[in-house]
Design a protein around this ligand. Structure first.
Ligand SMILES: Nc1ncnc2c1ncn2[C@@H]1O[C@H](COP(=O)(O)OP(=O)(O)OP(=O)(O)O)[C@@H](O)[C@H]1O
Ligand SMILES: [Mg+2]
Length: 527
């Protein structure tokens, strides 16, 4: 049940125009179903003027759906949207934008080749057909200044760090006069420092009267930045309350409906033989002149989790792609179980015990257009136990897939529904299920808990820990320092393609790792 906001007052009738004091947006009884799933079940939500309102809930709870409805992307089956007291019907995101509501999607809608200024200003209804670069840059500077953001108008967007791109996206919406800003998991792609900068910007915007909706799975962020919190479960609103007084434990209890167990403690088992040995690995980057990974060496043993920390874009992706055979290194060697696999195919590595959870799940991890069952069966073609001669034993493979869906609690699966329709977290569970059940000797996991709710993230960490107990070697690439430190046995830090530090879990501190990730004090370290 929703708690009343102090400013919340009932409208006397739908035709009433006068804005209710302090109430910017009001959703009443919003419902939306996809097939037989009630993604939103009579959702009531009020956004006050100048508040930051966090939306919490497990994967598939309906957060993105309600945001998309408010942003005009989806049409509700029933229910009403009022903006400043006025009843609205959005036929498209353009309508919502016209009503002052804009959404920052997880995958930004910027044009990489254009400059920051062009991205912010172009598409605005008032831009003349011809406009000088000077004027563009000046407008951009004004926008940035007005909202207290740091932006370089002339930089090409494609070359900016993710956090800066996000800032451009926000500035673009603000330039359109948006008063309600919706951010769907904005920090899942940011470093801790970038998140802090984002929050500082959001606080300024809220202080200037903007209303902000932020979806996140990170409870400490909610407590740090939000004024109020709404928790959703299975399409419904469970509660709306001030963030003050809430705790991480109370919020996760509400999301899940019961207490969330703590992860199992660190293992007792000693690491065993070396499973992965990387020596002098150099991997070319997108622009051939600079290497994305440069002269990197490390090893991972059976029964050990090696955490690779770093700000995204420092070579982790290219490292993972080289290890899994998707990208060819220009120098160095990769040995798996003692055998040189540097020049081997993806399929060969997969057959010889390597499993991979990619960073870009929808693009690389799964066939988004295929149903989940089929996705889970994809790898079965390589499993002798599920083959009859050259053919797949379809019935057995399907049983295996169905068991995995149950065991890993993948939700939203229905016959004929493509995997792309699953909520983000459920896609991740499906990939994890497929990769881990093959009993690999090495798991390369790139940001495996990104976008997962508290319980699902715990389940993934537990699965990695369980794997380690049974002798799995895990390479965990993570931008979440707390996670990397709590899960790993050893850690290495990557900066600009190089390994700039190596620690045992016991000697690692968030401060030192954070400094190295930012490139502070590297000379001393490397010397
Ligand atoms: N386009 C779609 N087609 C079919 N089902 C959908 C579609 N979009 C969402 N769903 C389903 O609706 C439910 C709610 O999904 P939604 O994306 O709103 O969840 P969420 O709370 O944002 O989850 P997450 O934290 O994983 O992002 C899920 O069961 C999802 O599978
Ligand atoms: Mg979502």
């Amino acid at each position: 049940m929703a708690e009343a906001h102090p400013d919340r007052r009932r409208l006397s009738g739908p035709s009433e125009r006068a804005a209710v004091a302090g109430e910017r947006v009001r959703l009443d009884g919003i419902s939306k179903h996809f097939f037989e799933i009630m993604a939103n079940d009579s959702v009531d939500l009020v956004l006050a003027d100048g508040e930051i309102h966090a939306l919490l809930g497990e994967n598939g709870a309906g957060k993105s759906t309600v945001c998309s409805i408010l942003a005009g992307l989806y049409h509700p089956d029933s229910g009403t949207i009022r903006v400043d007291g006025e009843l609205k019907r959005f036929a498209s995101p353009a309508d919502a934008l016209a009503a002052g509501i804009g959404m920052v999607y997880q995958h930004f809608r910027l044009v990489d080749e254009l400059s920051v200024a062009e991205n912010i200003v172009l598409g605005h209804p008032d831009v003349p057909a011809r406009v000088s670069r000077r004027r563009l840059a000046e407008t951009c500077r004004q926008v940035a200044q007005r909202f207290g953001m740091e932006l370089d108008p002339l930089a090409a967007v494609g070359e900016l760090a993710v956090g800066q791109q996000q800032r451009v996206e926000i500035a673009r919406l603000l330039h359109r006069g948006v008063g309600v800003l919706i951010l769907d998991e904005p920090t899942s792609v940011l470093t801790p420092q970038e998140s802090d900068a984002l929050f500082a910007n959001l606080r300024k915007l809220a202080a200037a009267g903007h209303s902000i909706v932020i979806v996140t799975h990170k409870l400490n962020e909610v407590l740090a930045v939000a004024d109020r919190v709404t928790v959703m479960r299975a399409g419904r609103v469970v509660s709306t309350r001030p963030a003050e007084g809430a705790t991480a434990a109370s919020l996760s209890r509400e999301m899940v409906g019961r207490d969330v167990e703590r992860p199992a403690g660190r293992r007792a088992r000693e690491p065993d033989r070396v499973v992965l040995q990387v020596e002098g690995l150099t991997v070319p980057g997108a622009s051939k002149s600079v290497a994305a990974v440069e002269d990197v060496s490390f090893s991972v043993r059976a029964g050990e989790i090696l955490g690779v920390c770093g700000v995204s874009g420092n070579g982790q992706r290219e490292l993972a792609e080289a290890l899994t055979g998707m990208r060819q290194p220009s120098a160095g060697s990769i040995r798996l179980g003692g055998k040189d696999i540097t020049a081997r195919s993806v399929a060969h590595r997969c057959d010889h015990g390597m499993a991979y959870i990619p960073e870009d799940r929808l693009a690389v991890g799964i066939a988004a257009g295929l149903p989940v069952e089929d996705n889970l069966m994809l790898r079965s073609y390589r499993d002798p136990a599920l083959r009859r001669g050259p053919f797949l034993n379809y019935a057995r493979a399907r049983d295996v897939a169905r068991n995995l869906i149950r065991e890993f609690d993948v939700r939203g699966v229905r016959a004929g529904v493509p995997a792309s329709a699953l909520s983000g977290g459920n896609v991740q569970r499906a990939i994890l299920a497929r990769e881990i059940h093959r009993r690999p000797s090495l798991l390369v996991a790139a940001s495996p808990t990104r976008g997962l709710d508290v319980r699902a993230a715990l389940a993934v960490r537990q699965a990695m820990a369980d794997g380690r107990e049974s002798g799995l070697a895990v390479l965990l690439i993570s931008e979440d320092l707390d996670e990397a430190i709590s899960v790993s046995d050893r850690l290495i830090v990557m900066f600009e393609g190089r390994v700039v530090g190596a620690f045992s879990a016991a000697e690692a501190s968030v401060e030192r790792l954070g400094e190295l990730m930012a490139g502070v004090g590297i000379e001393a370290e490397a010397a």
